[in-house]
Design a protein around this ligand. Structure first.
Ligand code: GDP
Ligand code: IMO
Ligand code: MG
Length: 422
């Protein structure tokens, strides 16, 4: 069997959590391969809403195995909070969840370093989620990191070594922690004991054994392609490979085992944190999209910046990921618009290009095509036959521009507000 991958094509928050939940019944296994509690994946069904951060979005269906892969970075304290809440709502997490021994641990000092690094950058700050993501991946790459499997191998000594390294770094940033550190560490160590009550496994062996047994696997991406460490709007990116190749390195799955790649995008575009955003709208339209789309961070509550859909960036994302099917989210947010714009090219120094450039921090003038709106409430529709003509035309336009079929359209936050196209 092959693994299918589902990931975001924009700057995150495309609606990955919702769609993973919807697709889970088709699979035996759901696995996260990168990122950590910087993610906030929202699911809504039966009048309830859940936000998942480190735990995969396949936990609410029919007992599928859910895996946190080696490419994920895990904060034990936040994991515990998330897991305890889920257990309270009746999810038998211990029986369905497996966590990789090779997942790196986010320590309290990683979070302090994240804050100190941001402060040191001043006006050039990334606008991180403050969860210690960058410093944890930095330690992984510089071979200083602490892995979950280390809890069984001289853990206290390894923790102490990393801690001293961090305290020295914090001192150079003039960010010596106060008394609060001892309290944070004690909570963190308790959470380590809690996490040890879960099934901590060699997830690369587990995934490959399951595939060999004919089980189907869906890999759930976090963040989005434009936040990828290599190909995103560097340096305003996250610290992991969010693209489909990240599923290989983040789970131990070989490239020839990748099957379908589902690329998710919103019918418009959003971004949280700093960094360039060529189609950003600073006017009333941007505000209207934010209000109608409830575009506020799932975890941080931060306002999301809003703009028109960017097909230059989407074509680039489709190329990098090898997207085989597109999933369009939040089209209902545009239900009331008279006209909708789509950026089909960039004008840079007077020259028009359809190719995503090295840097989008330069002066970019988006070249827009204007399409008529559909002016119809689509949120209760049951099938694509009910779609208004103008909406069908919008889908056809996007499929032509992106040379990829749109196979699912989401028309509201609930599980049921999802139309699978024939
Ligand atoms: P993720 O990080 O990619 O999982 O996305 P988030 O959960 O951070 O953000 C997506 C937001 O849009 C959540 O509040 C979802 O409940 C909501 N949402 C998802 N799909 C739709 C949709 O089709 N229409 C509307 N109106 N909201 C949606
Ligand atoms: P999901 O999985 C949107 C953004 C942050 C910041 C940059 C770096 O819910 O789509 P980090 O804390 O990762 O070092 O922050 O990346 N960012 C996200 N934006 N959705 C996310 O996750 C994000 N995770 C990180 O806002 O700009
Ligand atoms: Mg999110």
């Amino acid at each position: 069997m092959k693994v299918d991958v589902l990931l975001g094509l924009q700057w995150g928050d495309e609606g990955k959590g919702k769609v993973v939940d919807v697709l889970t019944p088709r699979y035996d296994v759901v696995a996260r391969f990168q990122g950590g509690p910087n993610a906030g994946h929202t699911l809504e069904f039966e009048g309830k809403k859940y936000v998942l951060r480190s735990i995969p979005s396949g936990i609410f269906q029919h007992g599928q195995i859910n895996i946190i892969g080696n490419g994920v970075v895990l904060d034990p304290v936040l994991f515990r909070q998330e897991a305890e809440e889920l257990e309270k709502s009746g999810v038998d997490l211990r029986s369905i969840l497996r966590i990789s021994k090779k997942a790196h641990l986010i320590t309290p000092t990683h979070r302090l370093l994240d804050a100190a690094n941001e402060k040191a950058k001043g006006g050039k700050k990334i606008g991180t989620t403050g969860k210690g993501i960058g410093p944890t991946y930095t330690d992984k790459i510089s071979r200083n990191g602490l892995r979950l499997g280390d809890v069984y191998h001289n853990f206290n000594e390894k923790y102490a070594t990393l801690r001293s390294l961090h305290l020295a770094r914090l001192a150079t940033l003039d960010a010596n922690p106060g008394d609060e550190l001892a309290e944070l560490e004690s909570k963190w160590m308790d959470a380590i004991e809690y996490i040890k009550t879960y099934q901590i496994v060699d997830s690369e062996h587990l995934v490959n054994t399951l595939l060999a047994e004919g089980k189907s696997v869906l890999c759930e991406g976090a963040q989005g392609t434009l936040l990828d460490i290599d190909f995103g709007s560097y340096p305003f990116v996250t610290s992991s490979n969010t693209i489909s190749s990240g599923a290989c390195s983040g789970l131990g799955v070989a490239p020839n085992k990748i099957g379908e790649v589902f690329g998710i995008f919103k019918a418009y575009c959003t971004r949280v944190g700093s960094g360039p955003f060529p189609t950003e709208l600073f006017d009333e339209t941007g505000k209207t999209i934010r209000d109608l789309g409830h575009e506020y961070g799932a975890v941080t509550g931060r306002e999301r910046r809003c703009g028109w859909i960017d097909l230059v960036a989407l074509r680039y994302a489709i190329m990098l990921n090898g997207v085989t099917q597109l999933i369009m989210m939040k089209s209902d947010v545009l239900d009331g618009f008279d006209e909708i714009k789509a950026c089909v090219a960039y004008k840079i120094n007077g020259e028009e290009t359809r190719q995503f450039p090295y840097s989008i921090e330069e002066e970019i003038e988006p070249v827009y095509v204007t399409l008529p709106g559909w002016k119809t409430d689509m949120t209760r529709m049951q099938s694509e036959e009910e779609f208004p003509t103008q909406f069908k035309a919008y889908i056809e336009f996007l499929e032509r521009e992106l040379s990829t079929p749109i196979t699912i359209v989401s028309i509201g936050p609930d599980r049921k507000q999802t139309i699978v196209r024939k």
